[in-house]
Design a binder for this molecule. Sequence first.
Ligand SMILES: NC(=O)C1=CN([C@@H]2O[C@H](COP(=O)(O)OP(=O)(O)OC[C@H]3O[C@@H](n4cnc5c(N)ncnc54)[C@H](OP(=O)(O)O)[C@@H]3O)[C@@H](O)[C@H]2O)C=CC1
Ligand SMILES: N[C@@H](CC=O)C(=O)O
Ligand code: NA
Length: 404
Amino acid sequence: MVLPGEKSNGKIYIGVVGVGGVGTHFLSQLSTLLPTQPRLRIALITSSTKAIYSTSTSPSTISLDNWRHDLSTSNSTYLYPHLIPHWLANCPGHAVLVDNTSSPKLVEETYTQCLKNGISIVTPNKVAFSASQQEWDDLQASSYPRNPDGGFLYHEATVGAGLPILSTIKDLLDTGDKVPSYPSTFPPHKPPEIVIINSITPNQITHISGVFSGTMSYLFNTFSPTSPFPQPQPWSTIVRQARSLGYTEPDPRDDLNGKDVARKLVILARLIGLSVASTDAFPVQSLIPAALEKQGGSADEFLNKLENYDGEMATLRHAAESEGKVLRFVGSIDVATQNVKVGVEKVGKGEPVAGLRGSDNLVAIRTERYKESPLVVQGAGAGGAVTAMGVLADLLRVVRQVPS
Ligand SMILES: NC(=O)C1=CN([C@@H]2O[C@H](COP(=O)(O)OP(=O)(O)OC[C@H]3O[C@@H](n4cnc5c(N)ncnc54)[C@H](OP(=O)(O)O)[C@@H]3O)[C@@H](O)[C@H]2O)C=CC1
Ligand SMILES: N[C@@H](CC=O)C(=O)O
Ligand code: NA
């Protein structure tokens, strides 16, 4: 295996896992890019049932011209996750795992092993980065530069899809943004599960807040619009629309229960120097009706039952309307008080988050330099194409750092 620092044959071998909404857009965007990236070789494409491999030493690796057909007619069955690191390690150049799934099993069986073997990972999959703090720490320790022989690890699309949120925060931290002075002691009720892992460093960011879910943004922009006409459709109808638009998690319940936003806030909090035990370390408001919380079943079965609870959401909306407000699903991190929270809020129609459209995210970051007027990143935060762009941009970050 060729490590990031070692001289390789100059080629970069890509293993693509997952060809759903994001994965298909990723492959489509990659095929457009390939003619300008002669070093790239597609070494593996696997769905949850089928796989196509190139023989890793063969120069004629997989063509993207007819990958759907080639995959569906492939005689090769799906590559079990635990075999992926070995397979990529046999490539004669630098290898990159592109994980376009939401699979915890894939994370568990490939990430650390890949990184420690110098295989890079780019992914929109939040699971690895929002599990335990220890797992986060292990990923950092296994990957470059903390591990000089480790693979690169990029996950820009885990927060705000292709929006440059993680890269902006990295720039702020790298350029040592200063923060206002904090009280010498933290509030006595400081939640034990969220702590600043080091004293307030000069480059700590102080607040991050906004709308972090493309699905929830679309749902509330449509269900609780600033203009009263036309009459919004029922909540469950709009949830189905969000799913068909490719915004939701593979299971929309992971959006509605606030878990997806919680995952993103855990990733952001850890990135700016907070140690967060888990997504259960802070209050997360779920919009799953209580009666459906404990019921299993498929996503389709859930959506059919959700129709019976449209009235509950309509009541919430009417309460906001009576105050001349709209509903938005927001999240926030306050470093000084170490408070992290996720939930529905009534917001004035003139508020920035009230004006969002479609799957827009809006993330406001406050630091010393951006204290009075926060640094704001806004735009589509969900959708296959805008997510795939973030994954592809991360791949190019790896390409630029691998010696040719
Ligand atoms: N959609 C969006 O706007 C955004 C998505 N993301 C993240 O991107 C990831 C993918 O999302 P999206 O494409 O929308 O989801 P999809 O459900 O459309 O696609 C996921 C694909 O992964 C496949 N898959 C699951 N496990 C494996 C495995 N072990 N090996 C190979 N394939 C597997 C699934 O196959 P099968 O269906 O057969 O199980 C499915 O085709 C998720 O982690 C999501 O959180 C991040 C930002 C935005
Ligand atoms: N389901 C998520 C996808 C992007 O992270 C969302 O709606 O934001
Ligand atoms: Na992003």
